[in-house]
Ligand binder design. Structure first.
Ligand SMILES: Nc1ncnc2c1ncn2[C@@H]1O[C@H](COP(=O)(O)OP(=O)(O)O)[C@@H](O)[C@H]1O
Ligand SMILES: N[C@@H](CCC(=O)OP(=O)(O)O)C(=O)O
Length: 373
């Protein structure tokens, strides 16, 4: 994708980060919010469907409750989120109402998306809202998630949303001009990267997880979000929400921010869902031969190629496959529970029946349920 092609795109996810929305902690910046709404209305008039992923509930809640530092206790964070979400949605709803556009609040958790039925349900709802010209406004359902299962940052949620609706473009608006070759907060000499292929390994190292006082994930989660978004062929742009008219400038192909081009083969819709299924229940450590086979041929993973395993997974649950150095190679759904798998790893598949007394499949993970990379 080139910048000049952006004006032919039809479906955008726009993520607006906490750092930006709240001017790094001064409560919701309603003037700026009105300006982004105005631009989204302009995009809609050009035929672009837009979904907003908006942070800011915790920051706005903190301001409403008179708290000056982000609480560490989960229940306090959740309380702030539930208070602040009211202000956030109210602000979007009232700004869009001026243009006779309806908004819809969608609060999601990772749990919702990892359940296939609920995932398809959310997808259907968002697509229906878009058909009716409504602007869905998505945030994490902060009040119900616990530390272990929360996304935390909204970059990941925005990328999964882009996968969910096969968006053409994911725009991540933040408080910097884009991705720099080093954190500009700590290195004033850092240079802006205007464009990069998403598969470039060095961009991860440039992006630090250190953000501002209220942002979560820094630039690292934005680069990882771009990689994730590329699974649905979605191009990502990281840009400054402080730049006047940024969304319409990007749409018209002007060179602002960082364009991360999806140069990887898009995955099928089901594989995207599988890959986005973050809650792995276990880990399989593969030998070098199995690593090679998975990477080169897209074949199923046989028990003989697994050296050890960790975790207490059941049949059908997600497991991560790593090499002997601990690097993730693939992830997929296990055909056998951890207890059963322990008995058959390192063994040829024709011994499964003798060992377990039954055979679910000759593979530990079938290729249809396996996502490599
Ligand atoms: N390589 C980099 N380029 C740009 N910003 C970076 C980089 N590495 C880290 N950052 C930091 O990431 C911050 C943005 O992330 P974050 O604070 O989480 O904001 P948001 O709430 O918009 O997600 C920037 O303010 C900057 O300090
Ligand atoms: N769900 C949280 C957002 C978390 C967050 O700050 O994310 P990010 O904007 O990616 O730094 C909120 O609304 O406050």
């Amino acid at each position: 994708m080139q910048r000049s092609e952006l004006k032919n795109t039809k479906r955008w996810v726009v993520k607006i980060g906490s750092a930006l929305l709240t001017n790094d902690g001064q409560g919701l910046n309603k003037e700026a919010l009105a300006h982004w709404v105005e631009q989204i209305v302009e995009l809609k008039s050009q035929g672009v469907e837009v979904v907003i992923v908006s942070s800011g509930s915790v920051a706005e809640g903190m301001k409403r409750l008179g708290w000056s530092t982000r609480p560490k206790v989960l229940n306090e964070l959740q309380a702030a989120a539930s208070v602040g979400q009211m202000g956030l949605i109210q602000a979007y709803e009232s700004k869009f109402a001026k243009y006779d556009i309806h908004t819809a609040q969608i609060l999601m958790t990772h749990d919702d998306l990892s359940n296939r039925k609920r995932y398809l349900n959310v997808k259907g709802t968002v697509e229906t809202l878009l058909e009716y010209g409504v602007v869905p406004i998505i945030n994490e359902n902060d009040t119900v998630v616990t530390d272990e299962i929360r996304f935390g940052d909204n970059d990941t949620l925005a990328a999964l949303t882009a996968n969910l609706i096969s968006a053409d473009v994911l725009v991540i608006l933040t408080d910097q001009q884009g991705l720099y070759d080093d954190n500009p907060r700590t290195n004033p000499q850092a240079q802006l990267i205007s464009e990069a292929q998403v598969s470039r390994k060095d961009i991860e190292a440039m992006a630090s997880p250190e953000g501002g006082a209220l942002g979560k994930g820094g630039m690292y989660t934005k680069v990882m979000a771009a990689k994730r978004a590329a699974r649905s062929g979605t191009a990502t742009m990281i840009a400054s929400g402080r730049e006047a008219g940024i969304l319409t400038k990007l749409y018209s192909g002007q060179s602002f921010g960082t364009l991360l081009v999806p140069d990887l083969e898009p995955l099928s819709a089901r594989r995207q869902w599988l890959a986005g299924h973050l809650q792995a229940k276990g880990q399989l450590v593969l030998d070098a031969g199995a690593v090679k086979v998975l990477q080169a041929s897209g074949k199923s993973l046989l028990p003989i190629g697994v050296k050890t395993l960790n975790g207490e997974f059941q049949r059908g649950e997600m497991v991560v496959c790593v090499d002997e150095q601990g690097m993730e190679i693939a992830r997929g759904l296990a055909n056998y529970s951890a207890v059963e798998s322990l008995k058959i790893i390192g063994k040829p598949s024709n011994q499964i029946e003798e060992i377990l007394g039954f055979v679910e499949d000759e593979s530990l993970i079938h290729r249809d349920n396996l996502v490599v990379g």
